[in-house]
Design a protein around this ligand. Structure first.
Ligand code: FE2
Length: 334
């Protein structure tokens, strides 16, 4: 009840604020385009406002959809900040020159897997690809995601070709192993009876339901099941160190080059990298902190282990989603 009343009061406050702001430029109000969901973002914004007095107005949407919108709006965008949950969307805008350069110290403590080589955006959390498997039926473990085409896995593996995270992973495979090897892998997986599911949650559930024995997915889906049921009959692991199957994609944030308030916007980014925000992300959504000073949730691997298993990928190169969609269509997966 109390929460409902707070949400309601906040809605009224937003309407009053909106009315007051109509026609007047109010200092220290940032506009954020967020591909991350409201339940995650809203508490962080309130803490930021409480600490700094800076208001943040948010436009929520799908990450890819907001990236397209920002490209369309160009110099006229009202956005100061873009918070995305895929490196590819950030790479598309970075490569189009839409972002401001960040002060060098913002990302100084972050390893390379958590920042753009362009210096224009930083990760706010890491989202790792993993192999999830049945604790009762998985009798063989692949060293590499390429091993899943082996006959021992025939008809036992599920995947989600329409899912954004899967597609980002395929883009990473194309960029590191090349077009031909990736096409061959996709075709061999298909020939080996890989079963398509609509999303990652359905994949993990399908293992528990006995429909498949393995899947390639993001690390946090299973942990959401396990948080509710410690006996959930699915486990997960990484492939061998550096395998592309262990891709660490990110959620990340940037300041638009057209922002009239770049300092306040950078202050928001610094807040997202601060200990309270980083601890909040890992404990709420089971993603990896990007700073070594914050411990990952106990259900996750250590910071060092994640660095060891993750492949070397140019995060901005994940922008080539079009090429991946074309390949997936070519092999009949879309
Ligand atoms: Fe996801």
């Amino acid at each position: 009840m109390r929460l409902t009343r707070q949400v309601w009061a906040r809605g009224i406050a937003a309407i009053v604020l909106g009315t007051l702001m109509a026609g007047t430029a109010v200092a220290d109000t940032l506009t954020l385009y967020s591909g991350r969901g409201e339940t995650l973002v809203d508490p962080i914004i309130q803490q930021f406002r409480d600490e700094t007095g800076i208001e943040v107005q948010v436009r929520y949407g799908g990450t890819a959809e907001l990236a397209v919108l920002l490209l369309e709006e160009g110099d006229r965008t009202p956005a100061d900040l873009f918070w995305a949950q895929d490196a590819g969307a950030l790479g598309a805008l970075a490569n189009a020159g839409r972002f401001a350069e960040l002060p060098a110290d913002v990302a100084a403590d972050l390893p390379d897997i958590y920042k753009s080589a362009t210096g224009t955006w930083v990760a706010t959390s890491g989202r790792a690809r993993v192999l999830a498997y049945s604790t009762t039926r998985a009798d063989s473990m692949p060293d590499s995601v390429f091993d899943l085409t082996d006959p021992v896995y025939q008809g036992r593996v599920g995947w989600a070709p329409t899912n954004g995270s899967f597609q980002a992973f395929v883009t990473a495979m194309r960029k590191t192993h090349g077009e031909d090897e990736t096409r061959a892998w996709l075709e061999a997986m298909k020939a080996n009876g890989a079963a398509a599911y609509r999303n990652n949650t359905a994949l993990v559930q399908a293992i528990a339901d006995g429909e498949i024995d393995y899947t390639i997915t993001n690390n946090y889906y299973l942990l959401r099941f396990v948080a509710n049921d410690p006996d959930f009959p699915v486990a997960q692991r990484f492939f061998q160190d550096g395998d592309i199957g262990n891709l660490v994609n990110v959620a990340g944030v940037a300041v638009l080059g057209t922002s009239g308030q770049p300092e306040a916007a950078v202050q928001f980014i610094r807040y997202l990298l601060s200990e309270p925000a980083q601890a909040y992300f890992t404990s709420t959504i089971f993603e990896y902190p990007v700073v070594a000073t914050v411990a990952p949730d106990p259900l996750l691997e250590s910071f060092e282990r994640l660095l060891a298993v993750s492949p070397e990928v140019d995060l901005d190169a994940l922008e080539d989603l079009e090429g991946t969609l074309a390949l997936l269509r070519e092999v009949g997966l879309l």
